[in-house]
Structure formats: structure tokens, C-alpha cells
Design a protein around this ligand. Sequence first.
Ligand SMILES: [Zn+2]
Ligand SMILES: [Zn+2]
Length: 334
Amino acid sequence: MASTPLLRTDDRGLFCEAGGFYIDPWRPVERAVISHAHGDHASWGSAAYLGAEPSVPILRRRLGEAARIEGVPFGERVRMGGVTVSFHPAGHILGSAQVRVERGGEIWVFSGDYKRRADPTCETFEPVACHTFITEATFALPIYRWDDTPVVAREIFDWWEANREAGRASVLFCYALGKAQRILGELARLTDRSAFVHGSIEPLNECYRRAGIAMLPTRPVSETAKGQSFAGELVLAPPSAGGSTWMRRFGPASTAFASGWMRVRGTRRRRGFDRGFVISDHADWPDLLQTFEEIGAERVLTTHGYAEPLARYLRERGMAAGTLTTPFEGETED
Ligand SMILES: [Zn+2]
Ligand SMILES: [Zn+2]
């Protein structure tokens, strides 16, 4: 067996020398294999991109019409140089994939970002047996445990209802890609009212609708007439829109943030939201540990967030574990 590891980081990204490609490179490269369309994983400027088929429309939206993007169906094996590559659902956002790389019987899986909770807007995570598993560690501390999603969806709906009765707008901050669509998908099980969305969210909703995902009907805030009343309405917006003049048009409003970070009470207070809803597109602590057990990896390499504490925890339990330094961000606070 060759002595170079199948995947290793260099200044451009996670490099597979035997296959002649990078996974989720953070600088432009010749051949990029992409786990999913979030900005810290799908960066601009590479000569060619390969991703799971359902992620292609979103990648195109993010990387531009001129980008060379090819899709491969989930599970299909592609020969690249001396290795075989395949994509497997990560359950994070629509089309998000784990990348499996095999060379002469040795199997590595790069998880990308992943979650194990049910999500009506994306494919379900598939455990893939491997020797080395590169896992994200965004929420890898025992305090991070998610409630069942239908419970959280009901909390969001009840908050909207209470604001409606009080004549207030409900402004819910969440990531434009993935979280917004998941919330709209969950709420569609509770109501058929429509919601307003920030201009950055609507084009992504269109990608999801074209893929056949059911969500609440939405209208972009930017297309409403001047003087539109938002009393009683639900508005979804990315965190970057908060505190700006964009907020003024809503009149009296209750604000909330939907994020895994809302598990820690101080975070909500510090950020000045009226409410926090604990809902994340990343695995929580029990789901991380359960995943390592299910796939039977001999070695786990951790990256994103609490990489070091997670690797230490695994080593203390007799597992081979180490960290991998990458600029991936997981779920940032803003
Ligand atoms: Zn992501
Ligand atoms: Zn990430």
C-alpha cells in the first residue's frame, strides 16, 4: 500500500493525490469534488466541479452559469485516476453528500456537514462503512442535544400564532440555504398560509420546489408594494439582514433565531433576539457518537468546531482519532 494518505490537507484544500482532485477546496484547483453548496465548502474559481446530482442546480446558482459543474447520482461509482469516488446522502441540505474514496480496498469517507434527524427537504443520511471517517465536529460537546424537529416546528408555529394575535410581525432569522427551506417544509405540515422571505432566500426556494420539495408558499419582501403591512406575517431572513434598515418596514415585530447555538441560553441574550429555536442541520453529540459506531470506522479524523475535544474524547475511549485543520465553518453564529 502506498505510504501517502489517501486524503490530506495542503494550502488549497483536502487533496487526493492518487485521484488528482481536491474535496471542497478553499482555493481554486483543477478538479474539485464538492460535498455541498454552502459557501465554505463550494468556493469559486475552480476549473471543474463534481457533485451529487441533486446538488447541481444549487451549485450552479452559487458558482455562476459559466462554472463547469457535473453531477453524479448518489451511489454511482466514478473512476478518477487511481481511485473510485462516490457520493452518499449526508442529510444536511438538499443534495448534500458524503464523499467516499476507495483505493485498492482502503476506504475513506469525508462527511462534509451532516445530520441524522429527519428533514422533509433533503435526502436521509446514509451510514457508509469505511476505514477512515473524516467527520465534522460543529456541535461535538455533550451539551448539544436536539429536540425532535416536529416539537420545534410546533414551537415556531405557536410563536407566529401568538404574534399574529398581538398584531406583530414574526421575523425569523435563519440560514438562507437549507435552514430556511427546512423550516418552510416543516411549517407546511401545520398550515397552508404563506410566508415572506428575504430576497436571498427566494431563488433557493425555487431550486427546492423544482426538485419537488413541498414548502409554504413564499413571497419575496422586495416584491411587496410600499406600505405593505406585515402585522401577523412570518418573515424569514438571513442573520446578516438583522439590525439593518431592512428591518424597519416590518413595524412592531418579534425576532427569533433558528440555530443549534440557541441551545445555550446566553447566546440568544447576547445576540438580542426575543426567541431562540434550537434546530440545526448538523449532528448533535449523541448522533455523532452513534454514527461512528454504525459505520465501524477504525479511525476518525475531526474537523470544524469542537474538533480537538472530540478527538480527545475518542482517544480516551481507545479509538484512533486525530484532527484535520480546515477553514470550514460549520454553523457560524452569524
Ligand atoms: Zn454546510
Ligand atoms: Zn461546513
